[in-house]
Design a protein around this ligand. Structure first.
Ligand code: SAH
Ligand code: SF4
Ligand code: F3S
Length: 445
């Protein structure tokens, strides 16, 4: 345990939800060390930049942000670079940005207190180990949560090696956290006021483990165990790989009421030759077949995905295949990106890299189609009654924003409500990104 202090810290997250989770665990650990979170506008003595390396833009942003970190007296706060840029660039970071004091990778952040001590003595502190002992064993137990919806990382790393992707290098090999740790952490979150848990992993549906009786379980088994926790109302999971969608997990969507009707299943491209060059190990048809079976199990399921446009060698016909898989699927919402060559990945040195103009033009067409589908999805909810979990206050007086089971945001204005309430609403109108509704009744206090 390092010396107690009254210093303030701030954690800034970039990248995926797993970074949000890691950021929360780091914050809880710093609080355990006697520090406290800086409020908005308050000066921090320690700034943790929890970085993302997935695309060049995300990775470069951290350097401009470091340049802006100054205290009012002109001095620099203690700066820790955590996350995937830390893992990928290591020592290089303090060479490029000498004001950085600490570099700590995603598998080593439980050692942050010792690294802070090293930095206090004026030395640069670096830890990008991927130790076999899990950081989760030494992190403090979960605290009371500020929000009703929480993340829970159940699986980390990736063994799939898609040719464009840095994750297998920054997060390491696939590991699944043990069953009992996860059930205990979920219970602690619910005891801390949480009503919805989203299970996280770079390939969350590759999670495997043994239950308390020693029987082998997949993600569906873990979800069934969490389903039994009283007070937990909703369960979600993300991000899944098409090849790890087992029959048991697909069927779980039709059988577990707390499992929400929403599936984020990235396909990246609709062209078989591009999927092959990406080393995705699934085809257009095998992906569509998974979706068909998921829809059979849960007809109202909302589907989401990720798309990369402009992968090396992508022809106009390949791109048309991506548009057509989108038309065939009808997504409720989705994420799309221009291909970004990443150092050390096989795709970065492939022939036929596309020009920025071609990528921009294709991304625009793809996003126009996805936006139209998202608006259509929202419109078909108008006139329906549904439950929403209130997650935050809105911009207007007395306004709250909640989420439907399908993960769409709904704005309502109603008196005497609180964040964390589950209420029934009548959906009255739909915009491209959110819905508006009227309270019909309160479901649970
Ligand atoms: N494990 C998940 C996604 C992890 S990364 C999966 O396999 O689906 C999140 C998304 O970022 C990916 O789905 C992909 O669409 C995008 N992405 C990853 N590397 C990229 C790159 N080099 N350029 C552009 N987008 C990329
Ligand atoms: Fe990256 Fe592919 Fe692994 Fe997803 S499955 S994290 S895209 S290598
Ligand atoms: Fe980014 Fe690392 Fe997540 S690269 S997307 S923060 S796993």
């Amino acid at each position: 345990m390092t010396q107690a202090n009254s210093k303030k810290f701030r954690v800034k997250n970039y990248g995926c939800q797993m970074n949000v989770y890691d950021g929360e665990r780091m914050s809880e650990m710093l609080v355990d060390q006697g520090m406290s979170g800086a409020s908005d506008g308050e000066e921090a003595d320690l700034v943790v930049l929890n970085t993302c390396h997935i695309r060049e833009k995300a990775a470069e942003k951290v350097y401009s942000d470091i340049g802006r970190l100054r205290k009012k007296d002109g001095s620099s706060p203690m700066i820790a670079v955590a996350g995937c840029v830390a893992q990928a660039e290591g020592k290089e970071i303090s060479r490029r940005a000498p004001s950085v004091n600490i570099v700590v990778g995603p598998q080593a952040y439980h050692r942050l207190p010792e690294l802070i001590d090293t930095a206090k003595s004026g030395k640069k502190a670096l830890d990008t180990d991927m130790p076999t002992a899990s950081k989760f064993d030494v992190l403090p137990t979960r605290k009371k949560q500020a929000r009703p919806s929480a993340f829970l990382t159940v699986q980390e790393g990736c063994d799939k090696f898609c040719t464009y992707c840095v994750v297998p290098y920054t997060r390491g090999a696939e590991i699944s956290r043990p069953w009992s740790d996860l059930v205990d952490e979920a219970k602690a979150l619910v005891d801390g006021g949480v009503k919805e848990i989203t299970l996280l992993g770079q390939n969350v549906n590759a999670w495997t483990g043994e239950d308390r009786k020693g029987a082998s379980q997949g993600l569906d088994g873990l979800i069934r165990a969490l389903d039994k926790i009283g007070g937990l109302e909703r369960i979600r999971y993300t991000t899944s790989h098409p090849n790890d969608m087992t029959d048991a997990l697909i069927n779980a969507h039709g059988e577990i009421p707390k499992l929400m009707p929403y599936l984020h299943l990235p396909v990246q491209s609709g062209s078989n030759s591009i999927l092959k060059a990406m080393n995705r190990s699934h085809s257009r048809d095998s992906y569509l077949d998974v979706l068909r079976r998921v829809r059979e199990a849960r007809p109202d399921i909302a589907l989401s995905g990720d798309f990369i446009v402009g992968f090396p060698g992508e022809t106009e016909a390949d791109f048309e295949d991506t548009l057509s898989i989108i038309r065939e699927t009808e997504y409720s919402q989705a994420y799309s990106f221009k291909y970004s060559p990443r150092p050390g990945t096989p795709a970065a040195t492939m022939d036929n890299q596309l020009s920025r103009e071609v990528m921009d033009e294709r991304l625009q067409r793809l996003q126009a189609l996805l936006n139209e589908q998202q608006h259509d999805f929202n419109k078909q909810l108008v006139g329906r009654k549904t439950d929403i979990l209130l997650e935050r206050v809105g911009k207007l007086e007395g306004q709250f924003v909640g989420k439907t089971p399908w993960l769409t945001s709904v704005h309502i204005v109603a008196p005497n409500l609180s964040i964390g309430d589950m209420v029934s609403v009548d959906i009255e109108s739909a915009g491209p990104n959110s819905l508006a509704g009227q309270l019909s009744e309160r479901i649970a206090a």
